[in-house]
Design a binder for this molecule. Structure first.
Ligand code: ZN
Length: 235
């Protein structure tokens, strides 16, 4: 049976990747990392989204990267930078919300989980168009990790080739949302805000890119719809 492990943060991109995997694979295992992120609400929400998507198994894996810190997402003494516009996100260097080698760590743990399940297929929502510029999201990095897994795992040594699927890598945020909608994705519980707020702060990279995406897709954000219904947003 064709199966895959999806690295699933619970945000908008990885929710799309999760629904993509549900279509491509017969069995889907999702793994969500509780890594000491200030927006830990995404872990609780990820449980709801994974259940709604009907995954076969959802593992919450704790790996406390706040012990290492050096990122505005894991170190509460650092401030999440206030971002004014999408243009600013796309034109500046790597911001302080970069978490040291986060995707390298996540891919390694997800690969161990996959190997235990007998699969060499990994899926993630990495994207390099509307993104913050993190180097561990880029395709050359993902290819290098595939090669490392081919060489460093028993399943690889026995001849099975690893594949890291990044179906969103070259899509704009609007295209990502359109793809998700065509796959029936439910984004009501996908939260994105770096400040850890269920209601978007609209002053961080993630909130601004998300709003741009929904505007491009020409639809109302499922999350906003739900928050209005629950009275958490008035207007
Ligand atoms: Zn925000």
């Amino acid at each position: 049976m064709k199966s895959a492990v999806v690295i699933f943060s619970g945000g908008l991109d990885s929710t799309t990747a999760l629904y993509w995997a549900r279509k491509e694979f017969e069995k889907v295992y999702a793994i969500t990392f509780a890594y000491g992120q200030r927006h830990s609400i995404e872990v609780e929400m990820a449980k709801i989204t994974a259940k709604n998507a009907g995954v076969d198994e959802h593992m919450i894996f704790e790996v406390d990267l706040s012990k290492i810190g050096a990122s505005a997402l894991t170190d509460l003494k650092m401030e999440v930078p206030r971002t004014k516009s999408v243009e600013e996100v796309l034109s500046r260097g790597i911001p302080s919300t970069y978490v040291p080698f986060r995707n390298g760590i996540f891919i390694s743990i997800a690969a161990a989980y996959a190997e235990a399940k007998g699969t060499t297929e990994l899926v993630g929502g990495w994207n390099v168009v509307d993104y913050s510029g993190y180097p561990d999201c880029r395709s050359e990095f993902l290819s290098a990790m595939e090669e490392a897994l081919n060489r460093g795992t028993k399943i690889g040594a026995e001849g099975k080739k690893w594949k890291i699927h990044a179906p969103l890598i070259n899509l704009t945020k609007g295209e990502i949302i359109k793809l998700g909608l065509s796959l029936g994705a439910d984004y009501s519980y996908s939260v994105s805000c770096y400040r850890g707020s269920e209601v978007p702060c609209m002053e961080c990279d993630s909130c601004l890119l998300r709003a741009k995406g929904w505007a491009e897709a020409g639809a109302e954000d499922h999350l906003i719809e739900r928050l209005k219904k629950e009275g958490k947003i008035t207007e």
